[in-house]
Design a binder for this molecule. Structure first.
Ligand SMILES: [Zn+2]
Length: 415
């Protein structure tokens, strides 16, 4: 019973859980099969998992509620009005600017509400959204999304990132924005696109990092989202970081052009990134669609963060869905299972491998600094995605019913 005398919800289920998302405490972990799954019996009472025990046999899959480490709620669902049929980066940017001119509090409200509802329905528990924070709609976007963050707090943790050109943080307006971001417990963001040469870039980056440190705000940059100038932005960032000390986490979102480096150069760079505790969010869908896009040609190179090489060097990598039906990417639906399915062929990430599952689970949760790392264990939140009839093939075929448990209550039941 709860203290108010209202009975607490409780329940139990038997299913198979990916080994990398499971913590059986002092029990010896049984060996997972070739599919990387361990049959368990999970029980919960109230909003917490009471026990997780290995068992001999189970069907179906159980995952923790998952997280989206990189989204853009302020422009979601704007493709129909502002399409980018050529599918190029400059085309997306131009359409984004045109759309931004018409952005209003009402539109941002509708888009973000619709996106959060989808995220909730699909089993997401946290979303980090970058917000265009310079231009006519910047203020109203922050007001609307801050209010939504408060309203959705019990269901989804929403993190807000101020997205502006890196140089903006060196201006008086940038300093003012940093104070506002800190007040809203937000994240300092920025765009660093090639060629990123020279002292001016490093000076701007240093100012951004100093401001973030001063306000205690994490940093999350759009960096090297390009099909040329391999790692130009990350190299400048490393030069700055190696000459200062910083107490806040720094995330490199995209890092796509790193895959164009030679194997040796990449290894050296990844070692330096690990030494500076840089984290990476790989975004296979938007990168796969936009980068290197040319008329009448099928791309021969696919710039995408080199996930495995970074992981091997000790860099923590998360995978995000990025854009949802906007000029940057016409698809997307804030569905973590669809993202896992699409990353199998795009990034050769197999969910039965620990390194293939962690970027969607524990590594993404840690990158976002969430209180729960997303491992199913006694005492963790009773937050689950249950696929009663699925193994990996059914999940990867995106054709299986799911149920979502949040704080010990079934909130979605598509079975
Ligand atoms: Zn983005």
């Amino acid at each position: 019973m709860s203290t108010a005398g209202v009975p607490l919800a409780s329940g139990e289920l038997r299913a198979r859980c990916p080994r990398s998302l499971l913590d059986l405490g002092s029990d010896p972990s049984p060996t997972a099969d070739v599919d990387g799954l361990i049959p368990v019996i999970l029980s919960w009472s109230g909003s917490r998992i009471q026990s997780v025990k290995a068992t001999s046999e189970a069907t179906g899959l159980v995952l923790p509620r998952l997280v989206e480490p990189h989204a853009h709620l302020d422009k979601a669902f704007s493709w129909n009005e502002y399409p980018n049929p050529a599918g190029t980066y400059p085309g997306a940017l131009a359409a984004n600017f045109r759309e931004h001119e018409t952005r209003s509090a009402e539109r941002v409200q509708q888009r973000a509400e619709r996106a959060l509802q989808l995220a909730w329905d699909h089993g997401l528990r946290a979303v980090r959204s970058h917000i265009d924070s310079l231009g006519p709609a910047a203020n109203c976007s922050w007001e609307v999304l801050s209010a939504l963050r408060a309203r959705w707090r019990e269901r989804i943790e929403l993190q807000l990132v101020a997205l502006v050109p890196v140089e903006h943080w060196s201006t008086p307006e940038g300093q003012h924005l940093a104070a506002e971001v800190a007040q809203a417990q937000g994240v300092i963001g920025g765009v660093l696109a090639p060629p990123c040469r020279g002292r001016a870039t490093r000076r701007a980056l240093r100012r951004l990092l100093e401001l973030a440190d001063q306000h205690g705000c994490p940093v999350d940059l759009h960096i090297d989202e390009a099909a040329s100038h391999p790692a130009a932005g990350v190299r400048q960032l490393l030069r700055v970081l190696e000459s200062m000390s910083l107490s806040v986490p720094v995330t490199c979102s995209h890092a796509s052009s790193l895959s164009l480096l030679s194997a040796c150069s990449l290894q050296r760079l990844a070692t330096r990134m690990a030494r500076q505790n840089l984290q990476v969010v790989a975004l296979p869908l938007t990168n796969g669609w936009l980068l290197g896009h040319r008329d009448n040609e099928t791309p021969l190179r696919r710039p995408l963060a080199p996930i495995r090489q970074l992981q091997r060097a000790g860099v923590s990598v998360a995978v995000g869905g990025d854009n949802v039906q906007d000029p940057w990417f016409p698809g997307g639906r804030l569905d973590p299972l669809a993202l896992i399915a699409m990353c199998l062929p795009l990034a050769q990430l197999a969910p039965w491998d620990d390194h293939g599952m962690k970027p969607f689970g524990t590594d993404a949760a840690r990158l976002m600094g969430l209180a729960w790392d997303g491992c199913l264990r006694a005492g963790a939140p009773a937050d689950l995605i249950h696929l009663p009839e699925a193994g990996w093939p059914e999940l990867l075929a995106m054709a299986c019913p799911r149920r979502v448990l949040a704080s010990g209550h079934w909130v979605q039941d598509w079975s």
